[in-house]
Design a binder for this molecule. Structure first.
Ligand SMILES: NC(=O)c1ccc[n+]([C@@H]2O[C@H](COP(=O)([O-])OP(=O)(O)OC[C@H]3O[C@@H](n4cnc5c(N)ncnc54)[C@H](OP(=O)(O)O)[C@@H]3O)[C@@H](O)[C@H]2O)c1
Length: 312
């Protein structure tokens, strides 16, 4: 397993990270609890040491599933979770205040069955709490041992610049990125250099479209977030383009004897320096298909061909 060091974390971190959004068992169509547990366990067996979740995924269900499944292996794995999205009385809003941070952190620790969180990430900035106030609160919890490293998520380059005085304490930035979505690529690379951090990519499989199992007739039921057109990878011209990328990945996957999903993951690993690729998974077969990305490398011609096609 290829690993990377993150500021603040001693454990070697696998460049493939198991994503826990479907493990929230909500908004991803039919998700089977036993299959989710088996997927998390399989990811661990395959050498993955980083598990990403958030307090909001299934309103805590994802953290509970990860905490319960990985409890026996706690010192061999790193938990990455997030705070800052607050859901109360049916309303969703962002809150980075120190009081809410403390409440959210203690709740995540409890759900994850742990005394510490390896990577605690600011899910979204609330635009109200001053960065100094937020960072002082996070550093207080870090000093107390509840957090080992700090990450940001869904920030613009402009917002990332506000973290410059705290660059030594920012280990990662999580952004939407894949062969199907490269809108933030320039700012991701600039943030990496500016804050000397590792980019973590979410939606790395284009929410599933880059796995090669969907076609032009794709349809999702109402209990699946991808039924909403905001998940634009599955609609219109974007879907057509994504299917062309899939067709280009098929012979590459065949040549390396890996899944199409593995090619989509491998492309990010080989193209985006120091990146960690997060992939959501619903069952052990998906964990295995994604982990095949760690068994090979793309040639520079293959990286270039997919780069050109996805940039068109
Ligand atoms: N920071 C943030 O704001 C943010 C936002 C979103 C996600 N994330 C994190 O990033 C992770 C990854 O993003 P994501 O889960 O939204 O999308 P993703 O990884 O691009 O796609 C995940 C979906 O693809 C399908 N899939 C996965 N592996 C497969 C395989 N090998 N073969 C076939 N199908 C496969 C599954 O859905 P189907 O089987 O139903 O197709 C799975 O739910 C999340 O789990 C979460 O940890 C963070």
């Amino acid at each position: 397993m290829e690993t990377i060091q993150l500021k603040g974390i001693d454990l070697p971190i696998s460049r493939l990270c198991a994503g826990g959004c479907p493990a929230g068992e909500y908004g991803w169509g039919n998700v089977d609890h036993k299959e989710i547990e088996a997927a998390i366990l399989r990811a661990y067996e395959l050498g993955i040491t980083l598990f990403d979740t958030a307090d909001t995924y299934g309103l805590g269900r994802s953290e509970i599933n990860m905490g319960e499944t990985l409890h026996s292996y706690r010192d061999k794995i790193a938990f990455a979770t997030k705070f800052g999205v607050r859901i109360e009385n049916g309303k969703t809003f962002y809150d980075n205040s120190p009081a809410y941070l403390e409440q959210a952190l203690n709740a995540s620790l409890k759900r994850l069955h742990t005394d510490w969180i390896d990577l605690y990430q600011i899910h979204y900035l609330d635009g109200i709490t001053p960065i100094d106030t937020l960072m002082e609160a996070l550093l207080k919890h870090k000093k107390a041992g509840k957090i080992r490293a700090i990450g940001v998520s869904n920030v613009t380059l402009q917002q990332a610049k506000e973290f410059l005085p705290y660059a030594d304490d920012i280990s990662t930035v999580q952004e939407h990125y894949s062969l199907a979505h490269r809108a933030e690529e320039t700012s991701i690379l600039e943030m990496k250099n500016l804050l000397n951090l590792s980019p973590m990519t979410w939606g790395s499989l284009g929410q599933g479209v880059l796995t090669g199992k969907y076609d032009a007739n794709v349809h999702f039921d109402a209990n699946d977030r991808r039924s909403r057109t905001i998940y634009d990878n599955f609609y219109g011209e974007k879907l057509q383009k994504n299917l062309r990328i899939v067709e280009a990945m098929r012979p590459i996957a065949q040549a390396h004897n890996v899944s199409v999903a593995a090619v989509a993951v491998r492309w990010i690993l080989d193209y985006l320096p120091r990146s960690i690729v997060i992939t959501g998974m619903k069952n052990p077969r998906q964990a295995e298909g994604n982990a095949e990305a760690m068994s090979f490398q793309l040639s520079s011609a293959e990286v270039d061909a997919l780069n050109v096609l996805s940039k068109e």
